[in-house]
Design a protein around this ligand. Sequence first.
Ligand SMILES: *[C@@H]1O[C@H](CO)[C@@H](O)[C@H](O)[C@H]1NC(C)=O
Ligand SMILES: *[C@@H]1O[C@H](CO)[C@@H](O)[C@H](O)[C@H]1NC(C)=O
Ligand SMILES: *[C@@H]1O[C@H](CO)[C@@H](O)[C@H](O)[C@H]1NC(C)=O
Ligand SMILES: *[C@@H]1O[C@H](CO)[C@@H](O)[C@H](O)[C@H]1NC(C)=O
Ligand SMILES: *[C@@H]1O[C@H](CO)[C@@H](O)[C@H](O)[C@H]1NC(C)=O
Ligand SMILES: *[C@@H]1O[C@H](CO)[C@@H](O)[C@H](O)[C@H]1NC(C)=O
Ligand SMILES: *[C@@H]1O[C@H](CO)[C@@H](O)[C@H](O)[C@H]1NC(C)=O
Length: 290
Amino acid sequence: MSKNRLNRLLLPLFILALLLLLSLSSACTEREKDSLLQFLSGLSQDGGLGASWQNGTDCCTWEGITCNGKRRISEVSLPSRGLEGHISPSLGGLHGMLRLNLSGNTLTGGLPVELMSSRSIVSLDVSFNHLSGGLQELPSSTPHQPLQVLNISSNFFTGVFPSATWEKTRNLVAVNASNNSFSGWIPSSFCIRSPDMAMLDLSYNQFSGYINPGLGKCSALRVLTAGHNNITGTLPDELFNATSLEYLSLSNNQLEGTLDAANIIKLRNLAFLDLAANGFISGKVPDSIG
Ligand SMILES: *[C@@H]1O[C@H](CO)[C@@H](O)[C@H](O)[C@H]1NC(C)=O
Ligand SMILES: *[C@@H]1O[C@H](CO)[C@@H](O)[C@H](O)[C@H]1NC(C)=O
Ligand SMILES: *[C@@H]1O[C@H](CO)[C@@H](O)[C@H](O)[C@H]1NC(C)=O
Ligand SMILES: *[C@@H]1O[C@H](CO)[C@@H](O)[C@H](O)[C@H]1NC(C)=O
Ligand SMILES: *[C@@H]1O[C@H](CO)[C@@H](O)[C@H](O)[C@H]1NC(C)=O
Ligand SMILES: *[C@@H]1O[C@H](CO)[C@@H](O)[C@H](O)[C@H]1NC(C)=O
Ligand SMILES: *[C@@H]1O[C@H](CO)[C@@H](O)[C@H](O)[C@H]1NC(C)=O
């Protein structure tokens, strides 16, 4: 056999072996596949996902799934897929998942604490669903969370905002909890533990009590909206320490007192201010605004 013919024979074999090796190492793990299949079986309406999510196949190729270079699931993105049913806690078993987006479906039941306490999730979006119940307090043993973006807006969540949870989430940048039925006080722990918090939307809920002076520690906060709640008392002087504020809306509450021009001027980045439909008895927005 000439050297050339040998090469011609070996090359295809080599390529075949390489492909085999690649296909073996490129499959997602059985455990991660099981987590997804458990999630699928918790759905009463899967919006056609079942056709793509077949047990016999590599789950890195399934619709809505992204894997990282190590063939671990890094993202589950299924917004507006017509999903109905509940969110299986099994998704908390995807230890490499950075982003979960289930926005705009008709999911019911609670938000599994396994997702809130995930050691990997950076962005969690379950907005525009029919989720209900309270947010569970994370156990005090929970280590710090990498969570940066939490969007639980436009659901049917109730109960108080668990305050210890926000002490575990030091990387939070944006929280949107608007359009739910949360009640109780706005937690003070937000920015004390999450110095990077830039956006906090708590509007259209049933929050009550005073505005916590602790919000003044939100040095990176650009957007604060808590309109359409039942917040009482005066605006604490400390709030005006949050000088990054660009957008502040506290309309439709029971706030009262005077609006101090000297305070408002401190918010030198403020471009939008809405305090309408409150009980403010005096105070005038200084001309320096706008
Ligand atoms: C998927 O297939 C594996 C291996 O054949 C099996 O052990 C497992 O039970 C299957 N899972 C489901 C949800 O059918
Ligand atoms: C989730 O998906 C929707 C629809 O594509 C998108 O608008 C939204 O920004 C996504 N959420 C996050 C946190 O990226
Ligand atoms: C949910 O909120 C996050 C943070 O503000 C945002 O990036 C995302 O686009 C929102 N999702 C939808 C569906 O608007
Ligand atoms: C929060 O989410 C709601 C929809 O649920 C949206 O209308 C609102 O603009 C969001 N807030 C911010 C500050 O992006
Ligand atoms: C509030 O949430 C409900 C339920 O998800 C939704 O139908 C409605 O459009 C939301 N309203 C706004 C203003 O986002
Ligand atoms: C708002 O608070 C006032 C005073 O605490 C209370 O009487 C009222 O029932 C509350 N309204 C709502 C809608 O929760
Ligand atoms: C925050 O505001 C209060 C009251 O206006 C003031 O006494 C305090 O020094 C401020 N703290 C910081 C860190 O700016």
